[in-house]
Design a protein around this ligand. Structure first.
Ligand code: 0L1
Ligand code: MG
Length: 258
């Protein structure tokens, strides 16, 4: 393990836990690669796990064309989901966050392990226990939410919090690419979208997740959750805001921001 990557991971951990912005790593450290960025992410997450957090799943990011274009890439990224990031109730405290944004997602929960380069869509369905309406709170630790691909991977793909709805659904109940989503902020419609925004179909995002994890020697383990990616753009939230997300056929989530 490179000393330089550990130094960067320590710096990111300090900024994440202090909710303090930092300038892009790529402005200050030359020659960082995508593999370096995933190693920085892993080392940073390991520090939380050393403090008692558990790895409960993975998140896919940059899964829509719009988001990929905004960062100038044509591939998704992934991050860790830790037990300390999960909201038990749909209440988001902005304490400990810098400039949080909320996005609607479809989560998969797994009954069996998925690993290896040859996993197929059929394997994903067979391994899936249920799907759940979800939301992710992203909070880039970089100044002005400005970063390159390498910066955002190192910063755990901007993930900060997540919430899973109470009601789980069979993955066979309806077409996930046709699930329509309407997001309201304080009663006003601010975003609309459909599951197809996520790499054409959220199941493809899980497949991509397994392939990327395989490259880094990891897997989807039984009981894990995967957030498949934002169905709409993320919206900025502030104390006092109320976010309602209606998932057609999957019920609604309501998040109060304090
Ligand atoms: O979950 C996501 O797609 C976010 C990935 C990072 C990009 C951002 O922070 O906007
Ligand atoms: Mg997301």
């Amino acid at each position: 393990m490179s000393h330089r990557l550990q130094v960067i991971a320590d710096e990111l951990y300090r900024h994440q836990t202090a909710a303090a912005e930092l300038p892009k790593l790529t402005l200050r450290y030359e020659g960082l690669t995508v593999d370096d960025a995933y190693e920085i992410q892993r080392l940073t997450m390991q520090k939380y796990m050393d403090e008692g957090a558990r790895l409960v799943g993975w998140k896919m990011g940059l899964t829509s064309k719009a988001k990929q274009q905004s960062v100038g890439v044509d591939e998704p990224i992934f991050g860790h989901l830790l037990s300390t990031m999960e909201l038990e109730h749909p209440v988001l405290s902005v304490r400990g966050l810098i400039h949080p944004r909320v996005e609607p997602e479809i989560a998969f929960v797994f009954r069996s392990r998925l690993a290896g380069p040859d996993v197929t869509v059929r394997d994903v369905w067979l391994a899936t226990e249920c799907v759940v309406p979800a939301l992710e709170v992203i909070d880039s630790r970089y100044e002005n939410f400005s970063f390159t691909l390498i910066d955002v991977i190192a910063d755990n793909a901007s993930s900060a919090r997540f919430y899973l709805g109470d009601q789980a659904f069979s993955p066979y109940a309806f077409r996930l690419d046709e699930v329509g989503v309407v997001m309201r902020l304080n009663g006003n419609v601010v975003q609309t979208g459909a599951g197809a925004a996520v790499l054409g179909h959220p199941v493809k995002s899980v497949l991509e997740q397994v392939r990327m994890l395989t490259r880094y020697g990891a897997a989807i383990e039984p009981g894990m959750v995967v957030l498949t990616g934002g169905i709409t753009e993320a919206i900025h939230v502030h104390p006092g805001d109320r976010v309602q997300i209606a998932f057609a056929g999957m019920g609604s989530l309501e998040l109060n921001v304090t």
